[in-house]
Design a protein around this ligand. Structure first.
Ligand code: ADP
Length: 409
């Protein structure tokens, strides 16, 4: 089946056309036929598209609207010259990344009116993302009215966290009244990477398997996975908690924020911008949110770039230690996301000094591993460490197929 995977932001649409079915997924034979992005670039949306064996396409389409973006995606996918399908009827299902599923959605679901209500109910918790995800649904519904659509939630994988992991040390009534708790995000990525680790270790279905997955992109989070289930993760009520990220501060003493708000006379919106947009690697370095830029600047002697990278790696190291404790040991760790997949230096600095926990890197393997699934720890006893390129779109396509395919005996 050909599945259109949509990831809608407030002014962007990422799409992929993926061919998969249950047998292809089992044997890892699924294929990404084409991928693209429609993104607002200063008032005008631009389409970037590529497919194997075709010319890449770049095209301006006027002001960004989800409906127009989906229309454009379908037009390029069916284009006689650069497209990969003759007609949009070839699309058997649409899978959406939905950011917030709250406590209601514990796995992926076929979208119907009740599910739409549920996603709407979570808008208060994800005011930028969930409305955009719904826009994507309506846009696809208009273009492909008879095609089933599936929602795959960023939060769903973490629904297995125990209460002691998801509750804050706040009055319990705040959880009861407003649902203040830790949800965790990046769940689709952590689930994919944990699944790959279990397969690489040939321990699929082992309820005692102890994994730590590190998704390190612009947003970053770590996850403790026991027997295939998330038991803790570093993001919380929002994606702000946990690791130091490109522009987000991660863990912070809330009293420090109150102090800054008083001193700088900041309102809630400004305080939120400070923590979400001006902090993290960017705020610490004063230079960039981009890890590659910082590594290059550090090479040239930029001390603040070094500091930002040090804080990033140290925070992650602390989480790895904490999750080793939560899991009662570690069998394997995976590094994923743009930074995790491509930066031997960050991986090395993160795991430095963790030999006592059985975590060691093979310098040659680590130095050479870039963007490919590979073991980077030495052979022998101790935990194994891997680079595992994540593939959230593939996970969404697989979930979509399994929900829309008729059940077979
Ligand atoms: P997003 O979260 O937006 O999907 P990515 O997963 O693509 O982001 O990760 C982006 C980050 O990966 C940036 O900080 C970028 O600098 C970093 N990155 C990409 N390639 C490298 C590299 N070769 N070395 C170090 N960092 C890299």
């Amino acid at each position: 089946m050909k599945v259109l995977v949509l990831n809608c932001g407030s002014s962007s649409l990422k799409f992929q056309l993926i061919e998969t079915d249950e047998a292809m997924a089992r044997e890892g034979r699924d294929r990404t036929l084409a991928k693209g992005l429609v993104e607002d670039a200063g008032g005008t949306a631009v389409l970037h598209y590529e497919a194997e064996g075709k010319k890449p396409v770049r095209d301006a389409i006027g002001a960004f609207q989800h409906r127009k973006a989906v229309e454009k995606a379908l037009a390029v996918l069916t284009d006689p010259e650069n497209g990969v399908i003759p007609h949009k009827d070839e699309i058997g299902a649409v899978g959406h990344r939905v950011v917030h599923g709250g406590e209601q959605f514990q796995s992926s679901v076929l979208i119907d009116d009740q599910v739409i209500e549920g996603i709407e109910a979570m808008i208060a918790l994800a005011p930028l993302h969930n409305p955009a995800n719904l826009q994507g649904y309506y846009a696809a519904k208009a273009e492909l009215p008879d095609v089933p659509q599936v929602a795959v939630f960023d939060t769903a994988f973490h629904h297995t966290m125990p209460r002691e992991a998801y509750l804050y040390g706040l009055p319990y009534s705040l959880y009861q009244r407003f649902g203040i708790r830790r949800f965790g995000f990046h769940g689709t990525s952590h689930r994919f990477v944990a699944g790959r680790l279990a397969a690489l270790l040939k321990r699929e279905g082992d309820s005692g398997l102890r994994l730590i997955t590190c998704h390190l992109g612009n947003g970053a989070s770590a996850c403790a996975v026991l027997g295939g289930k998330s038991i803790d993760t570093s993001m919380g009520f929002t994606p702000l908690e946990g690791l130091v990220m490109g522009t987000r501060c991660g863990d912070l003493d809330p009293a420090a924020l109150l102090f800054i708000m008083g001193r700088e006379e900041l309102g809630a919106a400004e305080a939120s911008a400070l923590m979400n947009k001006h902090s993290g690697l960017l705020g610490l370095s004063g230079l960039s949110n981009d890890m590659r830029t910082l590594l290059e600047a550090e090479e040239k002697g930029n001390e603040r770039a070094r500091l930002a990278i040090d804080v990033f790696c140290y925070r992650l190291r602390k989480y790895i230690g904490a999750y080793a404790a939560a899991l009662g040991g570690v069998d394997a760790i995976a590094f994923a996301g743009g930074i995790g997949e491509n930066s031997p230096a960050v991986r090395e600095r993160t795991l430095r000094g963790l030999e006592g926990l059985g975590l060691k890197l093979d310098p040659k393997r680590n130095g050479e591993a870039k963007g490919k699934e590979e073991q980077i720890s030495p052979e022998g006893p101790g935990a194994r460490v891997f680079v595992v390129p994540t593939n959230e779109e593939l996970m969404i396509a697989r979930d979509t197929v399994s929900l829309v395919s008729p059940v077979r005996d």
